[in-house]
Ligand binder design. Structure first.
Ligand code: PEP
Length: 250
């Protein structure tokens, strides 16, 4: 609805050395001037999080992690907890990204545990769902998305602590996007599932679209009913592209 403040979040994935902090600086400076009517978030690799927190300190740029372990601490070599992300300056964490689901075998129940861990640590969980090309061809898009939502969202999810990102797997990093009608249909189905389960909280949860969002298609995608912002991969690496998307919100 119109009362939901949009969120545009950039997912840098496994990209970015220290020199890339200049892009975060450019985003920081630009939104200080433009004051877009949206929340703005960058999700750098964990190695840059603490440094980026200094870069954006005192600005309106929010930070997020890209994944977290479900436990708060312990013998989990190589993993990072939600508490650690919060300690480094994150306000949110992406969980269940399709690359985690596909390349690390993450299942809905594990994604739900990670989302619950985010909430425990005081972070918002950005929970990703989306169908593969095969599922779409089989007409299973809404069924898949509903099943992923049912399995991946904790019962305690609220409008303040949970964001849903609809990311068709076949649209991620491919330059392909669904039609406006397809995005509208899936976002409406997600909104219905959220309000069925969470009532008023579900009505207030942000539903982001993700998958090949760029300045040239942002306007038509972000104007769709129940699209409350975007999760942006490739186009978030360059401040100029990311700001070109944000321009939709003034
Ligand atoms: C993503 O990975 O979340 C994503 C949307 O990637 P891209 O924008 O590059 O398609």
């Amino acid at each position: 609805g119109a009362s939901v403040r949009p969120l545009v979040a950039g997912n840098w994935k496994m990209n970015g050395l220290a020199a890339q902090l200049a892009e975060a600086q450019a985003v920081r400076d630009a939104i200080a001037k433009a004051a877009p009517k949206a929340d703005v978030m960058l999700c750098p690799p964990a190695t840059l999080l603490a440094q980026m927190a200094w870069t954006v300190k005192g600005s309106n740029v929010l930070l997020g992690g890209q994944d977290c372990h479900a436990e708060a601490a312990g013998a989990f070599t190589g993993d990072i907890s939600a508490e650690m992300l919060a300690d480094a300056g994150a306000r949110a964490v992406i969980v269940g990204h399709s690359e985690r689901r596909a390349l690390h075998g993450e299942l809905d129940r594990q994604v739900r545990a990670k989302a619950a861990a985010a909430h425990r640590a005081g972070l918002a969980a950005i929970v990703c769902v989306g169908e593969t090309a095969g599922e779409r061809a089989a007409g299973l898009t809404e069924e898949v998305v509903r099943r992923q939502l049912a399995g991946s969202l904790p019962d305690a999810a609220t409008a303040a602590n949970t964001v849903v990102a609809y990311e068709p797997v076949w649209a991620i990093g491919t330059g392909l996007t669904p039609t406006v009608a397809d995005v509208a249909r899936v976002h409406a189905a997600i909104r219905a599932a959220l309000t069925d389960r969470f009532g008023g909280e579900g009505r207030g949860m942000r539903i982001l679209y993700g998958g090949s969002v760029k300045p040239s298609n942002a306007k038509e995608l972000l104007a769709i009913n129940d699209v409350n912002g975007a999760l942006v991969g490739g186009a978030s690496l360059k401040a100029a592209d990311f700001l070109g998307i944000l321009a939709f919100y003034g």
